[in-house]
Ligand binder design. Structure first.
Ligand code: ANZ
Ligand code: ZN
Length: 805
């Protein structure tokens, strides 16, 4: 039976709103449940089917939780600062604010058409003043706690977007926004000291329910490594000590006897320090200039040809062998990791090996097991040529012993390093939160007083960033010039803005109390709602938003502003929806599916059910219009169920099927196995149709189970059969465990493939139970006489086969 989705979908959306059915109630007595999905950036393109899939999972869970008696918080808002709006503003000469508000409205209309059960009374947008006031406030707290610092350094800069990028935003040497190659530029950068939280970010992972793949990605991004810092004495060309040291970081201090040279990063300060002593200064400087043009990614690729220059006039002493060794500069050593200097062990490190071969440096084997005339040996083995370590075979022991000796002799000590760098936090663009800092010639950097927040974005005429890499705000004198809050003297405002990731680093807290104008959220409300019970989002955010927001939250916990150490108790992710051609959806390929088009053609219930039915939730899967139509046919059949809901008394065999399905759907939703939950409902409708008649209660159970997926149609059916109130406010069906089992089943017993008899056994019987029953059965047991059972094949509920000889 075809149903009129065009009529019923808007009807129920209006009724839910009228009844405020999705309103989260602060401090309700009911148990709370906070479901969260990543709020979108409101782009001009509107919603993507990927958004629908990302939101539908927590949507289904939220609707189920409400029916289970929970007080559910399922909020939505907009991550509305960012470059695309600004670039569009430049192109069309429209204020980004106007564009953003229009896009937000468009997104909202679309979400309402899909029937998501968001509590719209809690809507937020990161570009609104009453929101970014608190983003600035948190920034000031970070500043006060010494987690903000400024440094002039080489940064990743996108020449196309004219913006400095964090490491997270330039992974693989590409700008995350426009995919251009990033270049290195020397700039003043405001950093957030996320590295101070590295260990906490790692440790916190033990206490949260995240998929292993997500934990692993964060662990390797943070990149904690334990090793040793070792001091090498410097010497002049003749080998005479100069009473100065070069410190290195190594994870392999056990190989110290094999160190035959050292390498420092081209930016290493030792060069300038010994400028007068270095006899090939020009060559060294030329190399430094060339290296400055390369990104970290280009410099550290393992396969590339090693380059470098030997520093003439300066050398080092291996502290353990006492031998004089040369020092080189090479771009494969990064200034930003460890100490920017390494001890090179060519026999056991392939990069050092390639370098040594090219520059003719000695290669000394200290671990047996490889052929160092061909390549570096990086495996384990017996230590040789290593003094007190000779004969050691266990790497751990060797490292431990060497550390002991180094510490004893005052040459070195154990230490920890992280791959993760501090978070470059300023952008030279307009459409972001102004950084609330003032530069005063007398007082230095001063924060804007809390009473003056929000520091609002001034109106500008021209959003184009300066070619000098300055923010458009720098051109507005009335914004720049201010008085110092400390000394009252003339001062200048910081003109850079925060990165897109700022607003989303705490938005889940604001949802707990979105209209508060005295605090970012009321502590009691935070205590009531936090932590987020279930957070779903994309895999692409694991090393950025998910890391940044955990960092801010942990900081806020430390200063006692939030009640929980971690923001999200559970995190899940969705698999990509591919185009019908199996390729990633993209405008240029023309394989993008517009979700609203599907709503128009088949209805929102079909769209919602389809995105969860198309595949396992975490798998990437291609869009299929045929699949969409299949789901629509299923819903049409559901609409027809009212015709057969005529039975007075429950049919026992149907009852079992119904209870089994309640159990399966309930459990599958919890496991995010939405596709099998829907499949179970499809099976049940087949059983109902085959039976020809069902009770009204069967029908009610069925539509309740389907409700989180297809809420409009199920409400309509409920109304048609005289259901009271709203289905969405009714209760989730319960199952009776005893009724989920077919009491006793009859099973054929095969001997060598031929059916020789039948046994009656409980549905949940094990193989042992079944074998015992078969042996006790007269008809069957005679086939065992004088034979050996060589094999038993048992499929519970289906087959019992004996192979006898
Ligand atoms: C000697 C050695 C021998 C090393 C050997 C490795 C193997 P992880 O594990 O990633 O922390 N290293 C240290 N600082 C560096 C820098 N700034 N740029 C490039 N490489 C650097 O890596 C630590 C190892 O990377 C260190 O241990 C050092 O090389 C190198 F058979 O020291 B090793
Ligand atoms: Zn001042």
């Amino acid at each position: 039976m075809k149903y009129n989705f065009k009529k019923i979908e808007p009807k129920w959306q209006a009724k839910w709103e009228e009844a405020q059915a999705f309103k989260a109630v602060d401090f309700s007595e009911k148990p709370k449940w906070y479901g969260l999905v990543e709020f979108p950036y409101p782009s001009g393109a509107g919603m993507h089917v990927g958004h629908i899939k990302a939101y539908s999972s927590v949507e289904v869970l939220s609707r189920k939780r409400r029916m289970q008696g929970y007080n559910v918080l399922f909020p939505m808002g907009f991550d509305s600062f960012g470059l695309p709006a600004e670039n569009y503003a430049i192109k069309t000469n429209t204020h980004p604010h106007i564009i953003t508000e229009k896009n937000i409205q468009h997104f909202k209309d679309q979400m309402e058409k899909v029937g998501f059960s968001f509590d719209w009374s809690r809507e937020i947008a990161t570009s609104h003043e009453d929101y970014y006031k608190w983003t600035q406030w948190i920034f000031e707290k970070l500043y006060e706690h010494n987690l903000v610092f400024r440094a002039k350094t080489l940064v990743n800069y996108c020449p196309h977007c004219k913006v400095v990028l964090s490491n997270e935003d330039s992974q693989g040497g590409k700008c995350d926004i426009c995919h251009s190659d990033v270049v290195q530029l020397s700039k003043d950068v405001w950093y957030l000291r996320i590295t101070q939280y590295a260990d906490r970010l790692l440790k916190g992972l033990d206490d949260v329910d995240y998929p292993e793949s997500i934990k692993q990605q964060q662990v390797s991004w943070i990149g904690r490594s334990t090793g040793a810092f070792v001091n090498f004495e410097l010497a002049d060309q003749a080998g005479k000590a100069v009473d100065d040291k070069l410190e290195i970081y190594t994870t392999r201090c056990d190989t110290l006897y094999g160190v035959t040279f050292m390498v420092v990063a081209p930016e290493h300060p030792i060069l300038d320090k010994y400028k007068d002593q270095i006899t090939n200064w020009d060559a060294v400087m030329n190399y430094r200039d060339e290296a400055a043009k390369k990104t970290e990614f280009q410099r550290t690729q393992l396969v590339k040809e090693k380059t470098g220059v030997r520093i003439e006039g300066l050398s080092a002493i291996n502290p353990i062998t006492g031998k004089q060794i040369p020092i080189f500069i090479a771009d494969y050593v990064m200034m930003g990791y460890g100490t920017g200097a390494i001890m090179a062990v060519p026999a056991h490190d392939q990069r050092d090996y390639d370098f040594a071969k090219k520059f003719g440096v000695e290669i000394v084997e200290v671990i047996k097991g490889g052929d160092i005339s061909k390549e570096a040996y990086t495996g384990d083995g017996e230590m040789v040529n290593s003094g007190f370590l000779d004969g050691f075979t266990n790497k751990k022991d060797s490292i431990h012993k060497m550390l002991e000796v180094l510490t004893e002799r005052g040459i070195g000590h154990e230490g920890v390093q992280y791959k993760m760098k501090d978070w470059a936090f300023n952008r030279q663009r307009y459409w972001g939160e102004p950084i609330p800092l003032i530069h005063c010639p007398n007082c230095g950097t001063v924060v804007v007083p809390e009473e003056e927040l929000p520091l609002t974005l001034p109106d500008v005429e021209n959003f184009e960033p300066g070619t000098d890499g300055q923010s458009p705000l720098a051109k507005i004198d009335s914004f720049v010039n201010c008085t110092c809050p400390k000394c009252g003297g003339a001062a200048k405002r910081e003109t850079d803005t925060m990165p897109q990731w700022a607003g989303s680093s705490w938005y889940f807290l604001r949802f707990c109390d979105p209209h508060n104008d005295r605090a970012f959220a009321d502590p009691d409300k935070l205590k009531y709602w936090m932590p987020v019970d279930h957070y779903n989002g994309g895999m692409e955010h694991v090393t950025r938003h998910l890391l940044y927001s955990r960092f801010w939250h942990q900081f806020l916990y430390d200063i006692k502003e939030v009640p929980t150490p971690e923001p999200y108790a559970k995190r899940t992710y969705q698999g990509l929806i591919l185009g019908p051609d199996g390729e990633k959806m993209s405008k240029s390929k023309g394989n993008v599916i517009d979700p609203l088009n599907i709503v128009d053609l088949y209805g929102a219930d079909t769209l919602r059910t389809y995105v969860l039915f198309m595949s396992d939730y975490t798998a990437a899967a291609p869009w299929s219009e045929e699949g969409v139509r299949g789901v629509k046919r299923f819903l049409d059949r559901v609409a027809g169920l009212t015709d057969i809901a005529t039975l007075e008394k429950e049919d026992p065999s149907l009852e079992t099927k119904t209870h089994k399905t309640i159990k399966k759907v309930s459990e599958d939703i919890e496991r995010m196995k939405f596709n099998t939950a829907i499949a179970a409902l499809m099976t049940l409708i087949n059983d109902y149709t085959k039976a020809g008649a069902i009770t009204r209660d069967d029908l009610i159970t069925f539509i309740k189970l389907l409700h989180p997926f297809a809420p409009h149609l199920t409400e309509e059916i409920y109304e048609t059969i005289g259901g009271e109130g709203l289905l969405t406010l009714s209760s989730w069906p319960e199952y009776d465990e005893a009724k989920t089992k077919d009491a006793v089943i009859n099973m054929g017993v095969q001997i060598n493939g031929k059916v020789r008899g039948n046994i009656d056994i409980p549905a949940e019987a094990t193989q042992d139970d079944a074998v015992a029953a078969a042996k006790a059965n007269e008809q069957v047991s005679k086939y065992f006489e004088g034979k050996n059972i060589v094999k038993v094949i048992f499929v519970p509920g289906k087959i019992l086969n004996f192979v006898v000889k």
